[in-house]
Ligand binder design. Structure first.
Ligand code: ABN
Ligand code: CU
Length: 610
């Protein structure tokens, strides 16, 4: 990364006062990868995203590290870059130090401004921000009465600053009375919770002969699976080249998989509170919010970790140690049959390979787990934990838009929408997608007992058609098919995308968050492959008015029959908070699965040893 900044410095194209958002290895396209397989070299390039505070624009630079030259510079006019980590800290300092804020805090009985937590939130397109040249955030304030309190126990509701990140100055303060500070402290640390349980005996997970996977740089091999691990500031962990080997040949499944956006619309119509709908990937970056993991706590057993290397605001590299966890887990039963005539039992235990990372996005934690199974299945599970976002409510009051989780403390209803970008390559580059529904057959001549049900198969032949919602009452799933490769039964090979529990947004279709995050409208989108189409709400959702990303790309209605394609799965976690979510929320889970469907000729898990 030093080399990258060196090239930019020499080029004379680095704007004065530029703040680096990210430096990322430029990934080769599918075409470049195919060429590499036949022996050509792939240029080493770094893509730099920075914000230019005087021009208020994001700037993208592509640097050729071999030639030490600037290849491309693009100024994203009319867009705004995300919040960087150091701006986060500076914004907190500026708000805490402001005399008007201090006076407003004193009116609320807060006399220790250094114990005020200041969270900068994306302002979206409120107060005309979509047309405002300045890069703006608005702030949520919380108070730790004692330094080791949970700040979300005392939300300073009604007191907000709008901060221009480029000049790092406050442009507006709003101060309206909402309700007094709640009395609680929301403490949850071990030393604050007394007494702790003492009746659990140790549980040791050991692999005395070591792990069964190999890790070579970012390349992983486990059982028949092979894949590569990448990491960047925006998406965090990325899986590349996921394949399954059979008869000594690696069969491709996924070219690339990542968490491409995460948006949390909150239900609260009050002034300001109705602005809360963070885009954690596009406005912040789930890579920069990634935790350093601890053995025995975050991950149990025989663990291998990978560090993540990111760039700070001046482009200097820094490391998040132990950012990615790799380990194997016992996953219960894999398969079993008892033959009562022979009195024999065959039973196999399932082992899964887990690749995970955990982020802290302000109040919340999201733990992302990719699971690889011995039967060729692949799952993503997200565990949501951390602290629900709170506002103050008058003692004894209730709200139709939230749950009182502690005296005077309201946790708003909200939803978490994840967009998972799945650059699919099922047994080769050209795939199509089908929707499979299960239907009852009317009782009659073809179904005399009324017991029959069947499936319908609809090919999603173009991008406009391939915008679908889940339908559990039809047991709906989707198949990513390679129509040009057949299995031993003569069937085209495929993987199923099986939705987990999911929801649609409840915010109005014309609301700001719906306009800015149209990807939430459908659980499935399919687009023709374009490596530059990476982010479903656009490259720069910060202060966007909406329209960029998926809604823009699918307007072309590109055909998908078959084609190199990208599948976008939206999953929505619906959160009506409970008192039991306070003061720190036991994990909620959401996920989906990719399972082979005619990809193999029979169960690929038959040869797992007892
Ligand atoms: N969930 C919005 C957010 C992200 C990072 C830091 C603060 C708040
Ligand atoms: Cu939630």
């Amino acid at each position: 990364m030093h080399a990258t900044m060196g090239v930019l410095g020499v080029s004379g194209e680095l704007p004065t006062g530029a703040r680096v958002v990210s430096i990322t290895a430029e990934e080769p396209s599918r075409a470049a990868l195919a060429a590499w397989a036949s022996g050509q070299t792939i240029p080493r390039r770094a893509r730099v995203v920075l914000v230019d505070p005087s021009e208020h624009v994001p700037v993208e630079m592509l640097v050729d590290l071999d030639a030490e030259s600037l290849v491309e510079k693009r100024v994203a006019v009319g867009h705004h870059g995300p919040v960087t980590l150091d701006e986060y800290a500076q914004c907190e300092y500026v708000v805490r130090s402001d005399a008007r804020i201090r006076a407003a805090l004193e009116r609320r009985g807060v006399d220790a401004p250094t114990q005020v937590l200041v969270e900068p939130w994306g302002i979206g397109d409120f107060v005309g921000s979509a047309r405002d040249p300045r890069r703006l955030v608005w702030t949520l304030l919380f108070y730790r009465e004692f330094p080791d309190d949970n700040p979300y126990a005392k939300p300073l509701s009604g007191l907000h600053a709008i901060v221009d990140l480029d000049s790092m100055s406050i442009v507006r303060i709003d101060d309206h009375d909402v309700a007094p500070l709640p009395p609680g402290h929301g403490r949850y640390a071990a030393e604050q919770v007394k007494p702790l349980r003492t009746d659990l005996k140790p549980l040791h997970i050991g692999q005395p002969d070591g792990v069964s996977f190999t890790l070579d740089g970012g390349a992983v091999q486990w059982q028949r699976w092979s894949f590569r691990i990448g990491f960047n500031a925006r998406e965090g962990l990325v899986l590349h080249h996921v394949g399954y080997s059979e008869d000594g040949r690696v069969r491709s499944i996924l070219n690339r998989a990542s968490i491409a956006e995460l948006v949390i619309p909150y239900s609260d119509p009050r002034p300001y509170e109705g602005w809360r709908n963070a885009f954690d990937v596009g406005e912040y970056g789930i890579g920069i919010m990634t935790n350093s993991l601890t053995r025995g706590c975050d991950c149990l057993g025989e663990i291998r970790y990978l560090d993540a290397c990111l760039a700070d605001a001046s482009g200097r590299p820094y490391v998040i140690p132990q950012a990615i966890c790799l380990h194997e887990e016992d996953a219960g039963l894999l398969w079993k049959h008892h033959d009562s005539t022979l009195a024999t039992t065959e039973v196999r235990r399932s082992r899964r390979m887990v690749v995970s990372f955990i982020i802290t996005a302000g109040n919340y934690e999201y733990a992302f787990y990719w699971y690889f199974y011995q039967d060729g299945s692949l799952e993503l599970e997200v565990r949501l934990t951390g602290i629900v976002l709170t506002t103050a409510i008058a003692p004894g009051d209730t709200s139709p838009f939230g749950t009182v989780v502690a005296p005077g403390t309201l946790a708003s209803f909200h939803q978490h929408f994840f967009s998972i970008r799945l650059d699919m390559e099922v047994d080769g580059p050209r795939n199509w997608v089908e929707e499979i529904d299960t239907m009852a057959v009317p009782i009659g001549a073809d179904n005399p007992y009324g017991n029959a049900f069947t499936t319908t198969r609809t090919r999603l032949a173009s991008e406009r058609v391939a915008q679908r919602t889940a339908d559990p009452l039809r047991a709906r799933y989707w198949r990513i098919v390679n129509p040009e490769v057949t299995n031993g039964l003569g069937q085209p090979v495929a993987y199923r995308l099986i939705p987990g529990s999911t929801v649609l947004p409840f915010a109005d279709a014309s609301s700001s968050v719906r306009r800015r995050a149209r990807f939430m409208d459908n659980h499935l989108w399919v687009t023709a492959y374009d490596p530059s189409e990476r982010f479903p709400a656009g490259d720069y959702p910060t202060q966007s008015a909406g329209g960029a990303g998926l809604p823009e790309w699918v307007r072309a209605d590109r055909p998908l029959n078959p084609a190199a394609l990208v599948v976008w799965y939206t999953m929505g976690s619906h959160h009506i908070p409970r008192p039991e979510d306070w003061p720190v929320m036991p994990v909620e889970r959401i996920g989906f699965a990719l399972r082979p469907d005619g990809f193999f000729n029979q169960s690929p898990a038959l040869d797992v040893a007892p």
